[in-house]
Design a protein around this ligand. Sequence first.
Ligand code: HEC
Ligand code: HEC
Length: 172
Amino acid sequence: MLSRCLVSTVLLAGLAGWAISSGEGRAQEVADPHQIYESQCAGCHAPHARELVTETLDMADGVLISRRSGQPVASVLRQGHGGLSETQIDVMVWLLRDIRLSDQTFYRKCATCHVTMRELARTYLRLDAEDQVVGRYTGTDIAAFLPGHGRLAPDEVPEMLAKMRSHLGISD
Ligand code: HEC
Ligand code: HEC
């Protein structure tokens, strides 16, 4: 497994390569790895990398795979899909995997009934006037509702609420 330090070196190398090949010199935007996704992938896929991950990808034995074909994402991209360089592929897989791992609790405890956080947020949730997550139709205070629902441990509640908030921000 790569150390964080090595990963960020690879990341910077990948971004530098991308900046040169895109030839547009948009240095500010290049600093955000999501920018690679937005410029090279979002034209055909969901607007945000997070949605591609939740809608189409899974983890199997620590490897990020396509839910539909079972093929590792790295192999899909190495076939020239999306036109990334070898380094950019490393960066992209790292980014997508990082998103997937950060959603681990949801996949373990909630996905059997709610499929994806995106679906859950769209179907059941909204932000109220004070920016609190509440039930879209029930008006329930979700911070109070979550402990005891879906076997969520108390210390997992803040992380789950933060994810809900970010999904509601994205879909708004
Ligand atoms: C020209 C359109 C296009 C671009 C650009 C593109 N994709 Fe795709 N991608 C597709 C299509 C269509 C599929 C459906 C798979 C198939 O039928 O081969 C797909 C499938 C995938 C899959 C497999 C998921 C599945 O549903 O099986 C992954 C992962 C993926 N793309 C990632 C990316 C990434 C990352 C980028 C950017 C580097 C990218 N794609 C750029 C069109 C595109
Ligand atoms: C066994 C199935 C099941 C699991 C697992 C589950 N839920 Fe639910 N969830 C439901 C059902 C059914 C409802 C709608 C009925 C209700 O309000 O209880 C619901 C409703 C909700 C609501 C909306 C409440 C409202 O007032 O509108 C939220 C938020 C929610 N679930 C979050 C989660 C989270 C987060 C997890 C994982 C920790 C999870 N659920 C796990 C079945 C499940």
